[in-house]
Design a protein around this ligand. Sequence first.
Ligand SMILES: Cc1cc2nc3c(=O)[nH]c(=O)nc-3n(C[C@H](O)[C@H](O)[C@H](O)COP(=O)(O)O)c2cc1C
Length: 325
Amino acid sequence: MKTRITDLFGIEHPIIQGGMHFVGFAELAAAVSNAGGLGIITGLTQKTPELLANEIRRCRAMTDKPFGVNLTFLPVLKAPDYPGYVRAIVDGGVRIVETAGNNPQKWLPGLHEAGVKVIHKCTSVRHSLKAEAIGCDAVSVDGFECGGHPGEDDIPNFILLPRAAEVLKIPFVASGGMADGRSLVAALALGADGMNMGTRFIATKEAPVHEKVKQAIVAASELDTRLVMRSLRNTERVLNNTAVERLLEKERALGANLKFEDIIEEVAGVYPKIMLDGDMDAGAWSCGMVAGLIHDVPTVQELIDRIMHEADTLIRGRLAGMVAI
Ligand SMILES: Cc1cc2nc3c(=O)[nH]c(=O)nc-3n(C[C@H](O)[C@H](O)[C@H](O)COP(=O)(O)O)c2cc1C
Protein backbone atom coordinates (compact mmCIF):
# COMPACT_ATOMS: atom_id res chain seq x y z
CA MET A 1 0.00 0.00 0.00
CA LYS A 2 1.38 3.36 -1.00
CA THR A 3 0.23 6.57 0.70
CA ARG A 4 1.72 9.98 1.43
CA ILE A 5 2.85 8.58 4.80
CA THR A 6 4.70 5.57 3.36
CA ASP A 7 6.41 7.99 0.94
CA LEU A 8 7.27 10.54 3.62
CA PHE A 9 8.85 8.05 6.01
CA GLY A 10 10.15 5.47 3.53
CA ILE A 11 8.15 2.61 5.08
CA GLU A 12 6.31 -0.32 3.54
CA HIS A 13 2.98 -0.13 5.38
CA PRO A 14 1.15 3.02 6.60
CA ILE A 15 1.18 1.86 10.22
CA ILE A 16 2.91 3.74 13.05
CA GLN A 17 3.50 2.63 16.63
CA GLY A 18 2.96 5.71 18.80
CA GLY A 19 5.37 6.57 21.60
CA MET A 20 4.39 4.89 24.86
CA HIS A 21 5.95 5.51 28.25
CA PHE A 22 7.74 2.38 29.51
CA VAL A 23 6.51 0.41 26.46
CA GLY A 24 8.35 2.06 23.58
CA PHE A 25 11.74 0.48 24.14
CA ALA A 26 14.09 -0.58 21.32
CA GLU A 27 12.64 -4.13 21.18
CA LEU A 28 9.14 -2.97 20.21
CA ALA A 29 10.28 -0.17 17.89
CA ALA A 30 12.62 -2.53 16.02
CA ALA A 31 9.93 -5.22 15.73
CA VAL A 32 7.45 -2.74 14.21
CA SER A 33 10.01 -1.34 11.78
CA ASN A 34 11.19 -4.83 10.79
CA ALA A 35 7.56 -5.74 10.02
CA GLY A 36 7.33 -2.78 7.60
CA GLY A 37 5.68 -0.20 9.89
CA LEU A 38 7.28 2.71 11.74
CA GLY A 39 8.50 1.85 15.25
CA ILE A 40 9.02 4.65 17.74
CA ILE A 41 11.23 4.73 20.84
CA THR A 42 9.77 6.81 23.70
CA GLY A 43 12.41 9.45 24.43
CA LEU A 44 11.47 10.45 27.98
CA THR A 45 11.31 6.85 29.24
CA GLN A 46 15.10 7.07 29.01
CA LYS A 47 16.08 9.11 32.07
CA THR A 48 18.95 10.98 30.35
CA PRO A 49 19.98 11.89 26.78
CA GLU A 50 22.91 9.46 27.16
CA LEU A 51 20.51 6.61 27.90
CA LEU A 52 18.39 7.62 24.88
CA ALA A 53 21.52 7.57 22.70
CA ASN A 54 22.17 4.05 23.95
CA GLU A 55 18.56 2.98 23.26
CA ILE A 56 18.88 4.33 19.70
CA ARG A 57 22.08 2.28 19.24
CA ARG A 58 20.30 -0.83 20.58
CA CYS A 59 17.42 -0.30 18.15
CA ARG A 60 19.79 0.22 15.22
CA ALA A 61 21.47 -3.09 16.07
CA MET A 62 18.05 -4.80 15.77
CA THR A 63 16.81 -3.18 12.54
CA ASP A 64 18.17 -1.52 9.42
CA LYS A 65 14.73 -0.03 8.66
CA PRO A 66 13.67 3.55 9.54
CA PHE A 67 12.48 4.12 13.12
CA GLY A 68 11.62 7.23 15.10
CA VAL A 69 11.79 8.75 18.57
CA ASN A 70 8.87 10.28 20.49
CA LEU A 71 9.49 13.56 22.28
CA THR A 72 6.65 14.50 24.61
CA PHE A 73 6.68 18.13 25.72
CA LEU A 74 5.21 18.01 29.18
CA PRO A 75 3.31 20.80 30.94
CA VAL A 76 5.78 20.84 33.86
CA LEU A 77 7.79 23.62 35.49
CA LYS A 78 11.09 21.75 35.60
CA ALA A 79 11.50 20.61 31.98
CA PRO A 80 13.58 17.58 31.09
CA ASP A 81 16.84 18.21 29.19
CA TYR A 82 15.10 18.60 25.80
CA PRO A 83 18.18 20.09 24.02
CA GLY A 84 20.12 17.02 25.16
CA TYR A 85 17.42 14.64 23.89
CA VAL A 86 17.28 16.43 20.53
CA ARG A 87 21.09 16.13 20.26
CA ALA A 88 20.91 12.40 21.04
CA ILE A 89 18.30 11.98 18.27
CA VAL A 90 20.22 13.96 15.65
CA ASP A 91 23.64 12.50 16.55
CA GLY A 92 22.11 9.03 16.64
CA GLY A 93 21.11 9.41 12.98
CA VAL A 94 17.37 9.17 13.67
CA ARG A 95 15.44 10.89 10.87
CA ILE A 96 11.88 10.77 12.23
CA VAL A 97 10.53 12.38 15.40
CA GLU A 98 7.01 12.12 16.80
CA THR A 99 6.33 15.15 18.96
CA ALA A 100 3.42 15.41 21.38
CA GLY A 101 2.13 17.66 24.13
CA ASN A 102 3.11 21.32 23.90
CA ASN A 103 3.83 23.17 20.66
CA PRO A 104 7.10 21.83 19.12
CA GLN A 105 7.85 25.05 17.13
CA LYS A 106 11.04 25.87 19.03
CA TRP A 107 12.62 22.56 18.05
CA LEU A 108 11.63 22.42 14.38
CA PRO A 109 14.47 24.47 12.79
CA GLY A 110 17.17 22.34 14.47
CA LEU A 111 15.42 19.08 13.59
CA HIS A 112 14.72 20.07 9.99
CA GLU A 113 18.30 21.30 9.49
CA ALA A 114 19.45 17.83 10.51
CA GLY A 115 17.09 16.25 7.96
CA VAL A 116 14.60 15.02 10.57
CA LYS A 117 10.91 14.70 9.58
CA VAL A 118 8.48 15.70 12.33
CA ILE A 119 5.01 14.24 12.90
CA HIS A 120 3.13 16.06 15.67
CA LYS A 121 0.33 14.39 17.60
CA CYS A 122 -2.79 16.59 17.88
CA THR A 123 -6.17 16.06 19.46
CA SER A 124 -8.00 18.81 17.56
CA VAL A 125 -8.34 20.34 14.10
CA ARG A 126 -7.14 23.64 15.57
CA HIS A 127 -3.87 22.16 16.79
CA SER A 128 -3.41 20.20 13.55
CA LEU A 129 -3.67 23.41 11.53
CA LYS A 130 -1.21 25.06 13.90
CA ALA A 131 1.21 22.15 13.44
CA GLU A 132 0.91 22.55 9.66
CA ALA A 133 1.45 26.32 9.90
CA ILE A 134 4.65 26.03 11.95
CA GLY A 135 6.12 23.55 9.46
CA CYS A 136 5.48 20.04 10.80
CA ASP A 137 5.77 17.44 8.04
CA ALA A 138 2.72 15.43 9.12
CA VAL A 139 0.28 15.08 12.00
CA SER A 140 -1.15 12.21 13.97
CA VAL A 141 -4.79 13.07 14.65
CA ASP A 142 -5.70 11.55 18.00
CA GLY A 143 -9.45 11.07 18.58
CA PHE A 144 -11.36 10.98 21.87
CA GLU A 145 -11.18 7.16 21.86
CA CYS A 146 -7.41 7.14 22.29
CA GLY A 147 -5.39 5.73 25.12
CA GLY A 148 -3.40 8.45 26.89
CA HIS A 149 -4.26 12.13 26.61
CA PRO A 150 -7.28 12.83 24.34
CA GLY A 151 -7.32 16.58 25.09
CA GLU A 152 -10.42 18.40 26.29
CA ASP A 153 -12.62 18.65 23.16
CA ASP A 154 -13.99 15.08 23.24
CA ILE A 155 -14.38 14.71 19.46
CA PRO A 156 -14.29 11.07 18.29
CA ASN A 157 -12.49 10.04 15.12
CA PHE A 158 -15.62 9.65 12.99
CA ILE A 159 -15.90 13.45 13.10
CA LEU A 160 -12.31 14.49 13.79
CA LEU A 161 -10.68 12.69 10.84
CA PRO A 162 -12.94 13.98 8.05
CA ARG A 163 -12.74 17.45 9.61
CA ALA A 164 -8.95 17.22 9.52
CA ALA A 165 -9.13 16.02 5.91
CA GLU A 166 -11.25 19.04 4.98
CA VAL A 167 -8.61 21.53 6.04
CA LEU A 168 -5.13 19.95 6.21
CA LYS A 169 -2.68 19.95 3.31
CA ILE A 170 0.06 17.89 4.98
CA PRO A 171 -0.42 14.12 5.36
CA PHE A 172 -1.98 12.79 8.55
CA VAL A 173 -2.57 9.45 10.22
CA ALA A 174 -5.59 8.41 12.25
CA SER A 175 -4.79 7.69 15.89
CA GLY A 176 -6.99 6.35 18.68
CA GLY A 177 -9.17 3.28 18.46
CA MET A 178 -7.19 1.67 15.64
CA ALA A 179 -6.74 -2.10 15.87
CA ASP A 180 -7.03 -3.99 12.60
CA GLY A 181 -7.58 -3.96 8.85
CA ARG A 182 -11.06 -2.51 9.31
CA SER A 183 -9.58 0.45 11.21
CA LEU A 184 -7.02 1.06 8.48
CA VAL A 185 -9.56 1.00 5.64
CA ALA A 186 -11.94 3.23 7.61
CA ALA A 187 -9.12 5.66 8.40
CA LEU A 188 -8.18 5.85 4.71
CA ALA A 189 -11.85 6.34 3.75
CA LEU A 190 -12.13 9.22 6.21
CA GLY A 191 -9.17 10.96 4.58
CA ALA A 192 -6.15 9.80 6.57
CA ASP A 193 -2.95 8.47 4.98
CA GLY A 194 -2.41 5.70 7.49
CA MET A 195 -2.91 4.85 11.14
CA ASN A 196 -1.11 5.14 14.46
CA MET A 197 -1.69 2.51 17.17
CA GLY A 198 -0.75 2.48 20.83
CA THR A 199 -2.76 0.03 22.93
CA ARG A 200 -2.89 -2.64 20.17
CA PHE A 201 0.91 -2.79 20.05
CA ILE A 202 1.19 -3.38 23.82
CA ALA A 203 -0.57 -6.73 23.41
CA THR A 204 2.12 -8.21 21.17
CA LYS A 205 4.81 -10.79 21.91
CA GLU A 206 7.67 -8.33 21.43
CA ALA A 207 6.28 -5.51 23.62
CA PRO A 208 8.79 -5.57 26.51
CA VAL A 209 6.18 -5.25 29.26
CA HIS A 210 4.95 -7.66 31.93
CA GLU A 211 2.68 -10.45 30.67
CA LYS A 212 -0.05 -9.27 33.09
CA VAL A 213 -0.31 -5.95 31.19
CA LYS A 214 -0.97 -7.79 27.91
CA GLN A 215 -3.53 -10.06 29.59
CA ALA A 216 -5.28 -7.06 31.19
CA ILE A 217 -5.75 -5.55 27.71
CA VAL A 218 -7.04 -8.83 26.25
CA ALA A 219 -9.46 -9.21 29.19
CA ALA A 220 -10.74 -5.63 29.02
CA SER A 221 -13.83 -4.59 27.07
CA GLU A 222 -14.56 -1.23 25.45
CA LEU A 223 -16.37 -0.28 28.67
CA ASP A 224 -13.35 -0.60 30.93
CA THR A 225 -11.48 2.67 30.44
CA ARG A 226 -11.97 5.80 32.54
CA LEU A 227 -11.09 9.47 32.08
CA VAL A 228 -9.02 10.90 34.93
CA MET A 229 -7.63 14.37 35.72
CA ARG A 230 -10.41 16.15 33.81
CA SER A 231 -10.61 18.99 36.33
CA LEU A 232 -6.85 19.56 35.99
CA ARG A 233 -7.32 19.89 32.21
CA ASN A 234 -4.83 17.08 31.80
CA THR A 235 -7.36 14.38 30.88
CA GLU A 236 -5.99 10.88 30.52
CA ARG A 237 -7.80 7.74 29.35
CA VAL A 238 -6.70 4.83 31.55
CA LEU A 239 -7.71 1.26 32.27
CA ASN A 240 -9.95 1.02 35.33
CA ASN A 241 -8.43 -0.59 38.45
CA THR A 242 -8.56 -0.04 42.23
CA ALA A 243 -6.11 2.90 42.05
CA VAL A 244 -8.24 4.57 39.36
CA GLU A 245 -11.40 4.08 41.44
CA ARG A 246 -9.63 5.68 44.42
CA LEU A 247 -8.47 8.55 42.19
CA LEU A 248 -11.98 9.14 40.82
CA GLU A 249 -13.36 9.12 44.36
CA LYS A 250 -10.88 11.87 45.30
CA GLU A 251 -11.92 13.83 42.18
CA ARG A 252 -15.58 13.54 43.20
CA ALA A 253 -14.90 14.54 46.79
CA LEU A 254 -12.58 17.50 46.07
CA GLY A 255 -14.25 18.77 42.87
CA ALA A 256 -12.71 22.01 41.61
CA ASN A 257 -10.35 22.08 44.62
CA LEU A 258 -8.46 19.01 43.43
CA LYS A 259 -4.72 19.57 43.05
CA PHE A 260 -2.12 17.37 41.43
CA GLU A 261 -0.60 16.70 44.89
CA ASP A 262 -3.87 15.02 45.97
CA ILE A 263 -3.51 12.25 43.38
CA ILE A 264 0.24 11.94 43.22
CA GLU A 265 0.14 8.43 44.68
CA GLU A 266 -2.08 7.21 41.84
CA VAL A 267 -0.28 8.88 38.92
CA ALA A 268 3.36 9.69 39.69
CA GLY A 269 6.10 7.17 38.98
CA VAL A 270 3.66 4.28 38.51
CA TYR A 271 4.67 3.18 34.99
CA PRO A 272 7.74 1.06 35.88
CA LYS A 273 5.73 -0.72 38.61
CA ILE A 274 2.97 -1.61 36.16
CA MET A 275 4.83 -2.15 32.89
CA LEU A 276 7.94 -3.83 34.26
CA ASP A 277 6.81 -5.44 37.54
CA GLY A 278 3.22 -6.27 36.56
CA ASP A 279 1.83 -4.60 39.71
CA MET A 280 -1.51 -3.99 38.02
CA ASP A 281 -3.11 -1.86 40.76
CA ALA A 282 -0.05 0.37 41.34
CA GLY A 283 -1.71 3.34 39.64
CA ALA A 284 -3.39 4.77 36.55
CA TRP A 285 -1.97 3.70 33.19
CA SER A 286 -3.02 4.78 29.71
CA CYS A 287 -5.19 2.40 27.72
CA GLY A 288 -7.57 2.98 24.82
CA MET A 289 -11.22 1.93 24.37
CA VAL A 290 -9.80 -0.20 21.56
CA ALA A 291 -9.00 -2.80 24.24
CA GLY A 292 -12.49 -4.10 23.41
CA LEU A 293 -11.20 -5.10 19.96
CA ILE A 294 -8.04 -6.81 21.21
CA HIS A 295 -8.44 -10.52 21.79
CA ASP A 296 -4.96 -11.99 21.34
CA VAL A 297 -1.21 -11.46 21.73
CA PRO A 298 0.35 -12.04 18.29
CA THR A 299 3.89 -11.21 17.19
CA VAL A 300 4.22 -7.76 15.67
CA GLN A 301 4.89 -9.34 12.27
CA GLU A 302 1.71 -11.46 12.55
CA LEU A 303 -0.30 -8.41 13.60
CA ILE A 304 0.91 -6.16 10.78
CA ASP A 305 0.63 -8.91 8.14
CA ARG A 306 -2.91 -9.64 9.34
CA ILE A 307 -3.88 -5.96 9.19
CA MET A 308 -2.54 -5.52 5.66
CA HIS A 309 -4.16 -8.73 4.46
CA GLU A 310 -7.50 -7.82 6.03
CA ALA A 311 -7.35 -4.30 4.55
CA ASP A 312 -6.58 -5.69 1.10
CA THR A 313 -9.41 -8.22 1.30
CA LEU A 314 -11.85 -5.56 2.50
CA ILE A 315 -10.99 -3.13 -0.29
CA ARG A 316 -10.84 -5.66 -3.13
CA GLY A 317 -13.61 -7.90 -1.82
CA ARG A 318 -16.34 -6.45 0.36
CA LEU A 319 -16.08 -2.81 -0.80
CA ALA A 320 -15.35 -3.47 -4.48
CA GLY A 321 -18.22 -6.00 -4.48
CA MET A 322 -20.63 -3.34 -3.28
CA VAL A 323 -19.93 -1.01 -6.18
CA ALA A 324 -19.43 -3.65 -8.87
CA ILE A 325 -21.96 -3.50 -11.68
C1 LIG B 1 0.52 2.90 27.93
C2 LIG B 1 0.54 4.10 27.02
C3 LIG B 1 1.51 5.07 27.19
C4 LIG B 1 1.57 6.18 26.34
N1 LIG B 1 2.58 7.11 26.48
C5 LIG B 1 2.68 8.14 25.60
C6 LIG B 1 3.78 9.05 25.68
O1 LIG B 1 4.65 8.95 26.56
N2 LIG B 1 3.83 10.06 24.76
C7 LIG B 1 2.89 10.19 23.77
O2 LIG B 1 3.00 11.10 22.95
N3 LIG B 1 1.83 9.36 23.69
C8 LIG B 1 1.72 8.33 24.57
N4 LIG B 1 0.67 7.44 24.45
C9 LIG B 1 -0.33 7.63 23.34
C10 LIG B 1 0.01 6.75 22.11
O3 LIG B 1 1.20 7.16 21.49
C11 LIG B 1 -1.11 6.81 21.06
O4 LIG B 1 -1.30 8.13 20.62
C12 LIG B 1 -2.43 6.27 21.59
O5 LIG B 1 -2.21 5.12 22.34
C13 LIG B 1 -3.40 5.99 20.44
O6 LIG B 1 -4.60 5.45 20.93
P1 LIG B 1 -4.92 3.85 21.02
O7 LIG B 1 -4.30 3.42 22.31
O8 LIG B 1 -6.38 3.82 21.00
O9 LIG B 1 -4.25 3.20 19.85
C14 LIG B 1 0.58 6.34 25.31
C15 LIG B 1 -0.42 5.36 25.18
C16 LIG B 1 -0.45 4.26 25.99
C17 LIG B 1 -1.54 3.23 25.80
